[in-house]
Write a protein that binds this ligand. Structure first.
Ligand code: NAP
Ligand code: HSE
Length: 449
């Protein structure tokens, strides 16, 4: 697509809103395409001409899906940072360095910021928001979580009267695609991953997605909005999807569950005047098949919020890709341009004020699914029940599946009532020492949002 600037801005005599953009990849390409091809519509919406003034990239000679006029491209960040006529800096290059430093320079120079960068906002967002408030500029990051789904604005404005009780989110499209394939077609993990890579959903190195690192960054951002609490992503408990097996999906289905990678945030009310605390965790989770999130399939994302006033809210849509993500970025640009027009900033101030303590993962309560193979002998079930009992874990149901006469083993699926994570971990360690336990298969947490 070839798009070029025109002189209508000069002709109108009205000072345009000028945009400088770092990055012209999947997201930046989509944003450039929108800013250039829908410029008239966007300008009408803003009430002033909008102009993409400069785009900074790494490689000037790379072939791109969107053809931006050569004079707009540069590899020099100062082409944006030192240009006093640029009002809004759009950062869609990713990573923490140098993006963070460039945005701090832009803020100090009085430029407003729009970013899609979850890594940066999850780790340095609080500092960037504070710096932006000090310098009277706005920073918007709607695209950083859930791509095209309106989320950040919903928390900052639409749900602000609520005390948020919990957030359950499917916020990684790549893993949701893989898990959907495993559930619907009985695929094993590696073939499902290979298919996601062939379709361009998963990267060549899929670690960030499949080890739930990406979802942890996004949960950190959601937690800052929902609970006004900053938790550095490394402090959030996470487990990836790489150890899930086809048999777990078959068992889950038989028991009436689906398996999803769920990011969970929950407020715990302090008793007798003590402060509230929060739990944050991301891991493969059994969801009862009747809950709304259980029906979120493929690359789709969804966030289920429970507020004390509003009750249940579900936000659903495409969490990635050029179109959905640039939809959010351009909406942020338009919103900031309205503020620039009105001569205001920080119209909807956002501060991380509460900093509630994070509940240690050992103290988190959950129900569990435990799948194991044991010796097919008298008294073995009693031993298993004894270990659980010794760790304060109550069994809700126990199903003996197949027995393998040749190997002398029986397959058990146990579902527990709510139990402390530390108790379950210690019980599992004890199972490893029992000769009757031949193979400890999967242990998955069960959640009902
Ligand atoms: P991408 O396709 O890899 O594009 C990155 C762009 O940034 C490229 O144009 C690259 O320049 C430029 N760039 C990278 N480092 C640079 C540097 N040091 N100096 C100058 N330019 C640099 O990435 P993307 O998928 O568009 O993602 C961009 C951001 O959006 C990330 O923060 C990502 O997490 C976020 N995001 C992405 C999606 C999505 O669906 N892709 C969804 C939500 C949020 P060259 O083109 O010259 O290499
Ligand atoms: N890798 C991410 C996902 C896309 O699969 O959801 C951008 O956040």
């Amino acid at each position: 697509m070839n798009v070029a600037t025109t002189s209508h801005d000069a002709a109108s005599g009205v000072k345009p809103v000028r945009i400088g953009m770092f990055g012209l990849g999947t997201v930046g390409g989509g944003v450039a395409k929108l800013l250039l091809s829908r410029r008239d519509i966007i300008s009408r919406e803003i009430g002033r001409p909008i102009e993409l003034t400069k785009v900074v990239v790494r490689d000037l000679h790379r072939t791109r899906e969107v053809e931006v006029p050569a004079e707009l491209l540069s590899t020099d960040p100062d082409a944006i940072l030192e240009d006093p006529t640029i009002d809004i800096v759009v950062e869609v290059m990713g990573g923490i360095r140098p993006a963070g430093e460039w945005l701090r320079r832009a803020i100090r120079a009085g430029k407003h910021i729009v970013t899609a960068n979850k890594d940066l906002m999850a780790t340095e967002g609080v500092e960037l928001l504070r710096l932006a408030a000090e310098h009277g500029v706005d920073i918007s990051y709607e695209a950083s979580v859930g791509g095209g789904i309106p989320l950040i604005g919903v928390f900052r404005q639409d749900l602000v009267a609520n005390e948020v009780q919990s957030v359950h989110a499917i916020i990684n499209g790549t893993t949701n695609y893989i898990l959907t394939r495993m559930a619907q077609d009985g695929a094993d993990y590696l073939p499902a991953l290979a298919e996601a890579q062939a379709l361009g959903y998963a990267e060549a190195d899929p670690t960030n997605d499949v080890e739930a690192i990406d979802a942890t960054y996004k949960l950190a951002i959601l937690a800052s909005l929902a609970f006004r609490t900053h938790v550095p992503p490394p402090q959030i408990f996470r487990e990836g999807i790489t150890k899930l097996r086809a048999i777990d999906f078959r068992m889950a289905r038989e028991l009436g569950y689906v398996i999803k990678l769920v990011a969970i945030g929950r407020r715990h009310k302090g008793a007798d005047g003590t402060a509230d605390s929060i739990e944050l965790r991301v891991h493969p989770t059994l969801l009862p098949k009747h809950v709304l999130l259980a029906g979120v399939n493929g690359v789709y994302n969804a966030v289920h919020v429970q507020g004390d006033l509003v009750g249940d809210v579900l936000l659903y849509g495409r969490g990635a890709g050029s179109g959905p993500t640039s939809s959010s970025v351009v909406s942020d640009i338009i919103d900031i341009a309205h503020n620039v027009n009105a001569g205001v900033s920080n119209r909807v101030p956002f501060r991380v004020t509460d900093n509630l303590p994070l509940l240690a993962i050992d103290d988190v309560q959950s129900r569990y699914y435990v799948h194991l193979w044991v010796a097919d002998q008298p008294g073995v079930l009693a031993q298993i029940a004894q270990v659980f009992g010794d760790h304060g874990i109550s069994i809700a149901s126990c199903i003996q599946k197949e027995t393998d006469a040749k190997a002398g083993t029986a397959e058990l699926v146990i579902v527990t009532h709510g139990a402390r994570e530390a108790g379950m971990r210690d019980a599992l360690h004890q199972f490893e020492t029992l000769s009757a336990v031949r193979d400890l298969g999967s242990v998955l947490r069960i959640e009902t949002p």
